[in-house]
Write a protein that binds this ligand. Sequence first.
Ligand SMILES: CC(C)(COP(=O)(O)OP(=O)(O)OC[C@H]1O[C@@H](n2cnc3c(N)ncnc32)[C@H](O)[C@@H]1OP(=O)(O)O)[C@@H](O)C(=O)NCCC(=O)NCCS
Length: 182
Amino acid sequence: MNPITLEGPRLTFRELREDDVDALFEIYGSEVATEHLSFDPRPLDSVASVIASGIADTQVDPRTVYALAVTLKEDPGLIGYARLALEAHRAGQIGFALNPSVWGQGYGTETVRLLLQLGFDQLGLHRIWGARSPKNAASARAMSGNGMVEEARIRDHVFTHGAWRDSITHVILEDEWRQPER
Ligand SMILES: CC(C)(COP(=O)(O)OP(=O)(O)OC[C@H]1O[C@@H](n2cnc3c(N)ncnc32)[C@H](O)[C@@H]1OP(=O)(O)O)[C@@H](O)C(=O)NCCC(=O)NCCS
């Protein structure tokens, strides 16, 4: 199923393009946007590598990594980055980040929902999880709001911003995703 396009009420997922680098740099190069992430702000060439790697992943057969651009429906410019990495046993891990200029309007929640749609409805996964900083309240809400319950604390999960940091994991299983109220 290449290339991926997915549509939510207000957002679209599409495949990454080389010319997305500046827009992704606004996120991954930003102190604000990376405050709770597992890495320090990235220089431009590192962001270009993230894009190149995401594009290369589309050629892997079978594909195991879906690194996608998040856009507004009416504008193809990248406002966010969404990633689903497949694991053994029909599991997958999500990651997501949006440009700070669009935070607080429900797009984070919609981004997580689209990632879950991709994983469960299109790829047939059984279990999808994400890991966040204990201090990342917006990420916690975006995942919990889509039925991803808190599951565990991974101690000293990542070394970031000069220190070891725990992660809190959230998870949702396929039968939970398919409950009628979802
Ligand atoms: C996490 C992120 C994607 C959320 O995006 P967003 O568009 O602001 O999210 P939403 O507008 O859908 O808000 C989700 C919820 O978080 C709440 N929220 C938003 N910012 C918040 C903050 N700073 N503190 C506490 N709650 C916050 C919202 O009120 C909303 O709550 P609700 O579901 O009860 O209404 C965005 O903050 C981001 O890109 N952060 C940097 C990268 C990152 O941390 N990614 C997650 C890695 S695990």
